[in-house]
Write a protein that binds this ligand. Sequence first.
Ligand code: HBI
Length: 98
Amino acid sequence: MAAKLTEGERAEHLPALESAGWSMVEGRDAIRKRFTFRTFVDAWGFMSRVALAAEKLDHHPEWSNVYRTVEITLSTHDAAGLTALDVKLARRIEALVG
Ligand code: HBI
């Protein structure tokens, strides 16, 4: 089972994700980002690509879509908090948006 990120690992990995727009969710050990696209179809295409990336990692986002926005929350349920898997998936998502 994945272990929760240590303070050192958080200091190493979270700043870059925060610069990319991810932030800690209040009251939870989780990170969240809202993506806005030009159209609903662009948002849906993004979700399809994220779904495939998530499936490959066997790590699945909590997310919602409203028209052309997609809000993604990442946390590892098995560990009840952030693990390296969340960092990995967040990075892959960033690579997908370019
Ligand atoms: N996705 N985000 C997230 N967190 C998990 O703990 C998780 C998951 N997807 C699959 C998964 N765990 C399974 O490996 C376990 O439920 C068996």
